[in-house]
Write a protein that binds this ligand. Structure first.
Ligand SMILES: C[S@@+](CC[C@H](N)C(=O)[O-])C[C@H]1O[C@@H](n2cnc3c(N)ncnc32)[C@H](O)[C@@H]1O
Length: 364
């Protein structure tokens, strides 16, 4: 994009100013101007919004722009001409309806630490990622998982996290900057229920953790089709989900969990035969071969660092997901009382939760 620098100067903008306007590092602007990389579709839209008109030369190899997705962009434009990010949002299918909810952001940060610790790390030990370069995390939340991967695997040159929530993405970007990995890690606002705005055969791996929280059973086929398109042949899809069958020593917590499971079922997020059977079936139907399935039951004890994180998570989820629960199930009149009981019960020194997870890795 050698025409970017002359355009920027005509606008009276310094590289720092443009970086600030687009929300990227100055080093990224420099690379674009030197023609070493081109902007992701998302950033190009911002540039276009500022009045930049790229000349239409053939894009560089490996660039994100020459995608069937981006070629189809005009059809994604809102009638008013508003950009992808300005157009009306789809109503949320996520268990927390409010995309700007600060408490949910905090909860996801706690949950990320407790799950990653409980699983013994970010990626299964047996997984050979040395051949990986590019990795995508769908529904990345505040970015904890992807940032940990970036720190642990410096050979990964491009890690991209997408999430529908601008609040999560803003936070994740700040963290990438603070951890000095924003040259390799990028976070984009994207609705995974629409299309994944990346070129065909672009990623070596795609990761999703707890995507059932926003995917209804009927949303999986379209997403899997998109994931298959953007994965290189032989690329890997790594999925971690909860089985919704956790047990605990707190009766109130069990009742609340039951309500959440009912609401998820009513809203269409739960495979009729359960996730352990249903998800591999869905994957096979869409040409993904689960090469490894790992069932793991994490035990969280009060008084341990992870147990305490779980308790903080429980305190928040039944507040942030309350509108979703109200929408899909008849909440008992004593919901508030139940919640208060749960708060007391989880403080017991012998409070224990068993949380089953399933991890699948699949090739296509
Ligand atoms: C349960 S959180 C999991 C976050 C992260 N994967 C983790 O495990 O720490 C689900 C995330 O999906 C995001 N989300 C919800 N609907 C989405 C959609 N349609 N497209 C992309 N992300 C979405 C939410 O904003 C939230 O950050």
């Amino acid at each position: 994009m050698h025409d970017l620098a002359p355009w920027r100067r005509r606008q009276g903008l310094k590289q720092e100013d443009l970086a600030h306007l687009i929300g990227v590092d100055v080093s990224t602007i420099k690379r674009w101007e030197r023609g070493e990389t081109v902007p992701y579709a998302y950033n190009l839209e911002k540039l276009l919004g500022l009045g930049f008109q790229p000349d239409r030369h053939a894009p560089e190899d490996g660039a994100l722009l020459p995608t069937s997705a981006s070629r189809e962009r005009p059809s994604l434009q809102h009638k008013s001409g508003a950009s992808l990010n300005e157009k009306q949002e789809h109503p949320s299918t996520y268990v927390v309806q409010d995309r700007s909810n600060q408490e949910e952001l905090t909860r996801l940060l706690l949950q990320d630490r407790m799950i990653t610790a409980g699983m013994g790390g970010v990626l299964p030990e047996q997984l050979d990622v040395t051949r990986f370069q590019r990795l995508l995390d769908i529904g990345c939340g505040p970015g904890g998982w992807l940032l940990d991967v970036a720190q642990q695997y410096p050979h990964l040159t491009s890690l991209i996290g997408v999430d529908i929530s601008g609040k999560m993405i803003d936070y994740a970007r700040e963290q990438a900057s603070a951890q000095q990995v924003s040259d390799r890690v990028e976070f984009l606002v994207m609705d995974a229920l629409r299309m994944l705005e990346f070129p065909d055969a672009f990623f070596d791996g795609v990761h999703m953790r707890f995507a059932h929280s926003f995917l209804r059973v009927w949303d999986w086929p379209k997403l899997l089709l998109e994931v298959r398109r953007i994965l290189k042949p032989g690329g890997l899809l790594l999925i971690t989900e909860t089985t919704l069958t956790s047990t605990s020593t707190s009766p109130a917590s069990s009742s609340l969990k039951q309500l959440l499971a009912q609401a998820l079922t009513q809203a269409g997020h739960v495979f009729p035969e359960g996730i352990i059977e249903g998800l591999p079936r869905m994957l096979r139907q869409h040409h993904f071969e689960p090469v490894r399935t790992h069932l793991l039951e994490i035990t969280y004890h009060a008084g341990t660092p992870e147990g305490d994180l779980l308790i903080e998570d429980l305190k928040r989820i039944y507040r942030t997901a309350a509108p979703f629960l109200r929408k899909w199930v008849r909440l008992p009149e004593n919901y508030e009382e139940l919640y208060q009981h749960m708060l007391q019960e989880v403080r017991a020194p012998d409070f224990v939760v068993q949380w089953p997870l399933i991890t699948l890795w699949c090739t296509c």
